[in-house]
Write a protein that binds this ligand. Structure first.
Ligand SMILES: Cc1cc2nc3c(=O)[nH]c(=O)nc-3n(C[C@H](O)[C@H](O)[C@H](O)COP(=O)(O)OP(=O)(O)OC[C@H]3O[C@@H](n4cnc5c(N)ncnc54)[C@H](O)[C@@H]3O)c2cc1C
Length: 342
């Protein structure tokens, strides 16, 4: 286990925002995870697991805590049946390196999650999703250290209880340290995509029966048009979750905006698009200090000046939430996690 003291977190988040942290610990083995837990206990400090910091807004103040970063980095592969492969990746593997590995090997199951920043260990936490695929779809199980029982556990799909940008880990944020995740992938051709912008891209490019490689390339291209590159403009991707509303609320919005885009999930559950609501609330491009609603995609808040503070982002997020609520009577919930240990 590596220990660093009083480290600035600006280089550890995709927003390029965050104060200093008392101890930054790095673990590359199960033994060093346990050592990190004991270290934090001895120091009587909370222990927060940080991946690549791409879904976090860390406050500008000094974080009186230990942050643990997983650095284990192995991917292994086992044949389950002639057409089914189990791929297990360590928590410290970059998510897109795992997706690239599966695509190069012609395996289907994760290709639509191409280009999502972050680590493998964080992927189940918010059940990452994009272009009609979610982490849960190919997920089999994961290994984690349970800080409540001080034991190693294997958690199945049922245990993790995935839903939209949600899982067990959101409800027990201080309990588990994930060290590896296993997925079941297939050697068969990927299912025909249904996600609108992806279908349109494939049609335009005359790709009628896409391979996993075709889908990866298409998605990497599409993502570039919608999302800022965190190495150039800081952000945490989508700042808010897409709200799910009742029929009554949907019809109220539809009376003013007959073209409101939506997805019917069930008879009384309709998913609306937070980015659309933010844009219609007149907030596209709006600034608060160094933070800005991204012009190309109102769902994203950026560190536009490179000097934005966490409180700039927070103020802008609060302004968005209030204005959308005032105009539509819909409460937006953040997808990004606010971290503050004083
Ligand atoms: C430009 C951009 C685009 C994005 N696009 C998408 C998208 O299309 N779809 C999507 O779903 N998300 C997207 N995101 C959000 C982000 O990429 C994901 O949430 C990602 O899984 C975060 O990974 P991370 O390693 O950076 O985790 P962090 O942000 O560091 O942490 C996120 C949470 O996971 C926990 N965690 C991290 N590692 C572990 C571990 N080993 N054990 C236990 N808990 C852990 C942390 O404590 C924290 O609660 C995007 C972000 C950016 C910046």
């Amino acid at each position: 286990m590596e220990i660093k003291e009083n480290i600035s977190l600006t280089n550890y988040t995709s927003f390029h925002i965050g104060g200093t942290v008392r101890y930054l610990l790095t673990a590359d083995s199960p033994e060093s995870v346990v050592r990190a837990v004991h270290f934090a206990q001895e120091k009587q400090l909370p222990l927060f697991v940080i991946g690549e910091g791409s879904n976090l807004l860390i406050s500008d103040e000094h974080q009186n805590a230990c942050f643990l970063h997983m650095k284990n980095n192995t991917i292994t592969q086992d044949t389950l049946t002639p057409g089914e492969i189990v791929v297990t990746a360590d928590a410290g593997v970059l998510w897109d390196d795992l997706v690239a590995h599966t695509v190069v090997n012609g395996l289907s199951g994760l290709e639509c999650l191409s280009g999502i920043p972050g680590s493998v260990g964080a992927a189940p936490v918010q059940n990452i999703g994009a272009y009609g695929q979610e982490c849960k779809d190919a997920f089999i199980s994961l290994t984690a250290y349970d800080r409540d029982t001080h034991s190693w556990v294997t958690l199945s799909k049922e245990d993790v209880n995935f839903s939209y940008r949600n899982s067990l880990f959101k409800h027990f944020p201080d309990r588990y340290i994930i060290t590896d995740v296993s997925f079941r992938l297939t050697k068969s051709r990927p299912p025909q995509p249904t996600y609108q912008s992806l279908v349109a891209y494939l049609q335009t490019n005359h790709i009628h029966h896409p391979t996993v490689q075709d889908l990866r390339e298409a998605i990497l291209f599409l993502r570039k048009t919608k999302l800022p590159d965190p190495t150039v403009i800081g952000s945490a991707g989508s700042f808010f979750k897409n709200p799910v509303v009742t029929n009554k609320v949907f019809q109220r919005v539809q009376r003013t905006f007959p073209d409101v885009p939506s997805i019917k999930l069930s008879t009384d559950a309709i998913k609306l698009f937070a980015g659309w609501l933010i844009e219609k609330a007149g907030l596209k491009g709006v600034r608060e200090g160094g933070a800005q609603v991204y012009e190309q995609n109102s769902l994203v808040i950026t560190n536009a000046t490179g000097q934005a503070t966490a409180s700039d982002v927070k103020k802008l997020a609060e302004r968005i939430t209030k204005q959308v609520n005032d105009q539509f009577g819909i409460t937006l919930l953040p997808e990004v996690e606010y971290v503050r240990y004083l």
